[in-house]
Design a protein around this ligand. Structure first.
Ligand code: IPE
Ligand code: IPE
Ligand code: MG
Length: 224
């Protein structure tokens, strides 16, 4: 019997959604953040155990400075406004990615939200922020190589489990289902090791148009 415990979403299409309305890309990001908030609540209500949201990729740092700053402000605003709602809804907030690259004030908001919700037992929502799968894999390789060099690990003991434990996602199940919006058919450096056996679902819907109904019906389609 198939079970759906972990859904990961590549939330894409904010910029195009805004451009289609002759508005700045930032307008799409504002709408996109509202959609993310609704989908998190919907996932918690569905009884899903893990939801991973691709929030900001390591490549997204290369976007124009104004857009990066805007996305950082939006993230901080989200955390400040939502941390107590997450707690009330029994949702545990976690992150993967090189969060040390984020502005200090966001790092503090992340730490606060993680700490506040650490005992929550419902949905785990994991934000992939400043995340890149290749960077994650390289950092795991470095950790393992240094353990071998220091004689703490035998070469013969390196296997899939050992490697998984060296990734940022250690302790979590791999995604069962990956959804990407906006009609792009690629992973864009997202959870490449962890998605080895995940089912993939691509939809043309732009992220700001994505609804709870679409989310639940896509999740249902996983079982058919
Ligand atoms: C996804 O939307 C949000 C982030 C990557 C932060 P985009 O900003 O990539 O929107 P498009 O793909 O340009 O339409
Ligand atoms: C992937 O979307 C990253 C996020 C959704 C946060 P991008 O729009 O940045 O990826 P590419 O440029 O289409 O590969
Ligand atoms: Mg995009």
């Amino acid at each position: 019997m198939k079970s759906l415990d972990h859904v990961a979403i590549i939330m894409d299409g904010n910029g195009r959604w805004a451009q289609m309305r002759s508005r700045p890309r930032t307008y799409g990001h504002i709408k996109g953040a509202r959609v993310a908030k609704k989908i998190i609540t919907c996932a918690a209500d569905m009884g899903l155990k893990h939801l991973t949201l691709y929030t900001f990729s390591s490549d997204n740092w290369l976007r124009p400075k104004d857009e990066v700053n805007f996305l950082m402000t939006l993230l901080e605003r989200y955390l400040k406004k939502e941390s107590h709602n997450l707690y009330k809804k029994n949702i545990r907030f976690t992150t993967i990615g090189q969060t040390e690259k984020l502005p200090n004030s966001i790092q503090r908001s992340i730490a606060y939200t993680k700490n506040l919700t650490s005992g929550c037992t419902g949905l785990e929502v994991c934000f992939a922020i400043s995340y890149g799968s290749k960077q994650e894999i390289i950092s795991a390789v470095k950790k393992i190589a240094s353990a071998v060099k220091d004689n703490q690990l035998d070469l013969a003991d390196i296997d899939e489990d050992q490697f998984s434990q060296s990734l940022m996602t250690t302790g979590r199940p791999d995604p069962d289902f990956v959804i990407r919006t906006s009609g792009e058919y690629r992973l864009s450096n997202f959870l490449m090791w962890q998605c080895a056996y995940s089912e993939l679902f691509f939809t043309d819907i732009l992220w700001p148009d994505f609804t709870e109904n679409q989310f639940t019906s896509i999740c249902k389609s996983y079982f058919s």
